[in-house]
Write a protein that binds this ligand. Structure first.
Ligand SMILES: Nc1ncnc2c1ncn2[C@@H]1O[C@H](COP(=O)(O)OP(=O)(O)OP(=O)(O)O)[C@@H](O)[C@H]1O
Length: 249
């Protein structure tokens, strides 16, 4: 039996005649960062949407810790330990940093969202939210409204919200987007340490970050995985060079 934490088999999704993902099989192993790269329109977002449960595949399956979750909703997968961070912020801007983290903790508890107020009195949930904020270095900003955070801090908070789920696997959609060089370096350092907590399936356009972080890379072109391997293997793969990275890789 596979020891993969997260596994896709034959995931396929067509939009009309366009095969956005075509028989995609990949796995995420304990302790690793597995980067998914590919040119614009390759199908990365479509694949991530199927993994997280936002989009139903035409064919294929998703397994989390050996359990088939293909028919489960985004929320059910999150409760089962699949934490996704988004390319576009899903934070509640007017709420505080703590309230956003607490909402994540509440979601993980499986209790209805309308019970936010009691969260502040629920020591276990509060501790979980604060621990996640400390983990990303935002504990001093707990009372700050999200709208007052820098872009980089919002990215950190998104990871904290994901952490409150006590995830078994992370799925991250472009965590470096818009961070600038310094922010990217900081986030790279942070993700580097996070892989021990839970493995990360990482969609990222920032190749410096991918090459610095990835234990393995899968290259998606026109909906198909054309190669999976270490950074060194991917860089010298002729098909990858031809299709995506070019001579500069
Ligand atoms: N809802 C949709 N309806 C029709 N076509 C879609 C839909 N979503 C995606 N596509 C098409 O599927 C293909 C894959 O798109 P997708 O967004 O998954 O690629 P991507 O690799 O994430 O691209 P990018 O790097 O630009 O974000 C593209 O040709 C896109 O136009």
């Amino acid at each position: 039996m596979s020891d993969a934490v997260l596994e896709t088999r034959g995931l396929s999704k067509a939009f009309g005649a366009l095969k956005a993902t075509d028989e995609v099989s990949l796995d995420l192993r304990p302790g690793e960062i597995h980067a998914l790269i590919g040119p614009n329109g390759a199908g990365k977002s479509t694949l991530i949407a199927q993994v997280s449960g936002a989009l139903r595949p035409d064919r294929g399956s998703v397994r989390l810790e050996g359990r088939d979750v293909t028919a489960r909703s985004v929320e059910a997968r999150a409760r089962a330990g699949l934490a996704r961070t988004f390319q576009i912020s899903a934070l509640a801007m007017e709420d505080s940093v703590f309230e956003n983290a607490a909402l994540g903790a509440l979601g993980a508890s499986g209790r209805p969202w309308r019970f936010l107020r009691p969260v502040a009195r629920d020591a276990a949930l509060r501790d979980r939210a604060m621990a996640a904020l400390e983990r990303v270095g935002l504990q001093d900003a707990a009372d700050t409204p999200v709208s007052a955070l820098s872009h980089g801090q919002r990215r950190q908070l998104e990871v904290a919200v994901a952490l409150t789920l006590q995830p078994r696997a992370f799925v991250m959609d472009e965590p470096m987007a818009g961070l600038g060089a310094d922010g990217s370096r900081r986030m790279t350092g942070f993700l580097d340490g996070l892989r021990d907590e839970a493995p990360i399936l990482l969609v990222e356009h920032d190749m410096d970050a991918v090459f610095a972080l990835a234990d393995r890379v899968s290259v998606l072109v026109s909906g198909r995985v054309i190669a999976t391997g270490t950074v060194a293997e991917i860089r010298r793969d002729p098909a990858v060079q031809a299709a995506y990275l070019g001579d500069s890789a």
